[in-house]
Design a protein. Structure first.
Lengths: 312, 291
């Protein structure tokens, strides 16, 4: 277990270094002068030179690389080109909003997706299974901003159930009103994935010999499904949560934009319109490290959920 | 997977059997054909041009003159939608093709050479996979500039690892087979064996994955355009249309809804086809996840 953990950590570290190198390279393989690209066509020669100096673009490449890497290591992601504030601080300031949204949407996805997936598997190819299967395909097809706009139109503008824009502070009601629609939007799309995985995992498990033995022994179908089959089907479900984490981040970004919710998505779009490349680079580094950490955690959860898993 | 024996009910074969056993995929294909026709024939039939502005008729709801209404510049939404479809389809197909070719080549080379080559290539794929794909696409487009080629590259790059994985697994299995050894004994070059004998055997897997990813690619293009990184206005893109409709959501909700439905239909139809093809390829995989 310890050896496995170590290996995973080393792998994660290696991936981080590789990704950081890629991010570093990305800024430097742009055709032309990055400073020019950042400042636009109308920039004066002096401004470009000043920016080159600030970004350290006049230093030799290896020195730039060392500065960049040691900066990341010490938590210095550089300063935002538009506000002058440290990038990391700005990211951490909006992070709770995004994490909160992600967590609540995961909850919604699990509450909807897992039980329905189990039901589908136990009534395989029945009318309910067929119908839910089609609905899932539709759910997977929804670009997140499309479903977000539809929810916003219906629940906030047409029926006035929820405020169009809210900072979600003051009371539980306000918090709920602000988070419900965005989380529902992400949760429903995610639920489609969770349902499909749960269903196929359950079907796989239900063909196992020990379940037939259970049935022959007269274990009640409910007990058989939830206690005997479901626990083993849990593994792929956990994996899927990790695998789609990166996907979920992209979806959160789009959802935050539609619902005008503060968070990493809004920060990112803001830095895009302001051509704030250091901020973009910082967000990218941050997200990537987050994804790698989640991947490692997923592996560990996988091991914890099933002690028979031989950690290789 | 390549060894599966396919059973066919007596009396039915080929496309007809596919239609009867895959109703969903057939529905998907019908929608897709309709959309292709609308995209490439529709604009010729429309009395309007996608860039014609009519300032007196801004933000009009659907009417007999403008079947799907007009946008904030008084342009006909229907013709813009149809021209926008061309772009969505073009970018979707091109980026998927790009990822399919580069990804499968990398996967095959990794599996064929094994050991270090395999380790390096697949590790690189893992690294690429660690980036949230929308973010990676976004950064690439933001840096290179939003032209069709750059968007194709950005979306394509994010899906290369998937194809590398899909191509790698069957290659590993196939390369141990006798006929490959026979090829080697006959002195065939690696390229000839890979291209002529390995590739055809795994093409179905790669192709099905390509259909599934086509849906994702179209969705990603729309997402990029929605964020403001699509092909520059006034060129119509669906994501861009949804975004400008979103800005006028209170006055003219149809501007956001109509392209939303279009995109949903297109992605849904391709997903249906991909799902059907996949279950045809391997019944065990039915209803497994796709991204």
């Amino acid at each position: 277990m310890t050896a496995y953990l170590l290996r995973r950590l080393v792998w994660g570290l290696f991936t981080c270094v590789a990704v950081l190198t890629l991010v570093f390279a990305l800024l430097r393989i742009i055709p032309g002068d990055p400073a020019q690209a950042m400042l636009g066509d109308q920039a004066s020669q002096g401004a470009i030179e000043a920016l080159r100096q600030q970004l350290g673009l006049n230093d030799p490449l290896w020195q730039q690389y060392v500065t960049f890497m040691s900066g990341v290591l010490t938590g210095d992601f550089g300063r935002s080109m538009s506000s002058g504030q440290p990038v990391l601080g700005q990211i951490l300031a909006v992070l709770p909003w995004t994490l909160e949204l992600t967590a609540v949407s995961f909850l919604i996805a699990s509450i909807i997706g897992i039980p329905l997936g189990v039901v589908c598997a136990s009534r395989q190819d029945g009318p309910l299974d067929q119908a839910l299967g089609a609905i899932c395909l539709a759910g997977i097809s929804f670009p997140p901003f499309v479903s977000a706009i539809i929810l916003l139109l219906l629940f906030s503008i047409q029926w006035n159930f929820f405020p169009v824009i809210s900072d979600g502070t003051g009371s539980f009601g306000a918090w709920f009103g602000a988070i419900f629609l965005p989380a529902l939007n992400l949760g429903l799309i995610k639920a489609a994935y969770v349902l499909r995985v749960t269903r196929s995992a359950m079907i796989e498990v239900m063909n196992e010999d020990y379940l037939r033995t259970g049935r022959a022994k007269g274990v009640s179908p409910r007990l058989l499904i939830w206690r005997h089959a479901f626990r083993n089907a849990l593994l792929p479900i956990i994996t899927i949560i990790g695998v789609y984490f990166g996907n979920l981040i992209g979806n959160s970004v789009l959802t935050e934009i539609v619902f005008s919710r503060p968070g990493l998505g809004k920060l990112m779009v803001q830095s895009l319109t302001q051509r704030d490349y250091t901020m973009l680079q910082g967000i990218m580094i941050f997200f990537t490290i987050l994804v790698i950490v989640v991947n490692i955690l997923t592996d560990l959860a996988y091991a914890a959920a099933n002690p028979t898993v031989k950690l290789k | 997977m390549t060894d599966t024996i396919k059973f066919q009910p007596a009396g039915r074969s080929g496309p007809r059997r596919f239609v009867s056993t895959h109703k969903r995929a057939t529905v998907g294909a019908a929608i897709l054909v309709f959309m292709l026709l609308a995209a490439f024939v529709g604009p010729w039939l429309s009395p309007y041009a996608p860039y014609d502005q009519d300032v007196l008729r801004r933000l009009e709801p659907p009417s007999l003159d403008h079947w799907l209404g007009t946008d904030q510049f008084g342009r006909d939404v229907l013709v813009r939608l149809m021209v926008g479809a061309q772009l969505s389809l073009l970018i979707g197909f091109a980026s998927t093709l790009f990822a399919m070719i580069v990804g499968s080549a990398l996967g095959m080379i990794a599996a064929w050479h094994g050991r270090n080559v395999d380790a390096v290539i697949m590790q690189a794929m893992d690294v690429l996979l660690a980036f949230p794909s929308l973010l990676l696409g976004l950064v690439i487009v933001a840096m290179l500039g939003p032209s069709v080629t750059n968007i194709v590259i950005a979306i394509g790059v994010t899906s290369i690892p998937i194809f590398a994985r899909v191509a790698r697994a069957p290659t590993i299995a196939i390369k141990e087979r006798e006929y490959i050894e026979a090829g080697r004994a006959l002195g065939y070059s690696d390229t000839r064996i890979l291209g002529g004998h390995v590739l055809p055997n795994m093409l179905p897997d790669v192709f099905v994955m390509a259909v599934m990813w086509l849906a994702t690619a179209i969705r990603t293009e729309a997402s990029l355009a929605f964020i403001g990184l699509g092909v520059r206005p006034p060129t119509p893109t669906w994501g861009g249309m949804i975004y400008s409709g979103f800005e006028n959501l209170f006055e003219a909700p149809h501007l956001a809804i109509i392209p939303s439905i279009a995109i949903l239909l297109l992605v849904f139809s391709i997903t249906l086809i991909g799902d059907g093809l996949r279950s045809e390829l391997d019944p065990k995989l039915r209803n497994e996840v796709s991204r």
